[in-house]
Design a protein around this ligand. Sequence first.
Ligand code: P6P
Length: 296
Amino acid sequence: MDLLSFLESKGAEPGLAKLIVALGDACKIIGGELRESLHSKHLGTINATGDDQIAMDVRSDAIIAEHMRACPSVLLLGGEEMAEPEKVNLDGRYSVFCDPLDGSSLADVNFSVGTIAGIYEGEVIGKTGRDMVAALYAVYGPKTTLIVTVKKGVHEFMLIKGEWTLIEESLQVGEAKYFACGNLRACVERADYLKLVENFILNKYTLRYSGGMVPDINHILHKGGGIFTYPGMPSKPDGKLRLLFECAPMSLIMEEAGGASSNGKIPVLDLVINNYEERTPIFIGSKSEVEKCAGF
Ligand code: P6P
């Protein structure tokens, strides 16, 4: 089943279904260009949120913007590479927040990278991630895959002969002893995080951490479970990952798959969005693992 018919079968409003198809088209092009062009050189510029940019960051952002501008249902488009969200259509219904190429610096060494998007109705300031109507991520790896939720479960498509083809419906996260602990440097400033990481090691968890949030969380979704952590620390209390276009969309997908996601105190999806750039610590994966992290 193709993406549009599948989304309609899940009851997605036509404007939303077409918006997701447009994002899927943008991801096809991003994946294709990643494989074909030498875009991964550093530009020596930094983006609106302080990350240094590679040509493919700028290019991916442009590809998504081009597809969103062609979509009448888009009200606002925002994301990692944009200082302020762009007003796309005054009478648009949906606001889209993207990380066009998350983990882009890994493209240089041919690691898997991804695109993340969260979709809301109307404005987002003052809302929470639970107000999202859809979320998706693409993984550009040995396979090109697309994980989508319209809050009716999590479903996976694979790019086969240029078409997104449904390969798995209703993915579910159970329990499995994999851990992907990011920001280990925080162990120097935080004894609690050191204790948590030690707990995984002493309980013989298998490490699966690539430095790319998308493939690292995708691993949890596909291997039965696990935990991805990226805490803050006294010098950077909110950590590194953005709420609006990294943590909230990934958290919606994880909760829809039966997992959980917390900032260490409350579910990430209950965090009120105060500004477009805010960051949050994140502990995401199997329910029991997220509870363990909150305990530590
Ligand atoms: P660190 C990639 O730059 C990213 O935004 C996420 O994809 C990833 O989980 C994290 O940062 C990695 O951060 O500190 O390990 O380089």
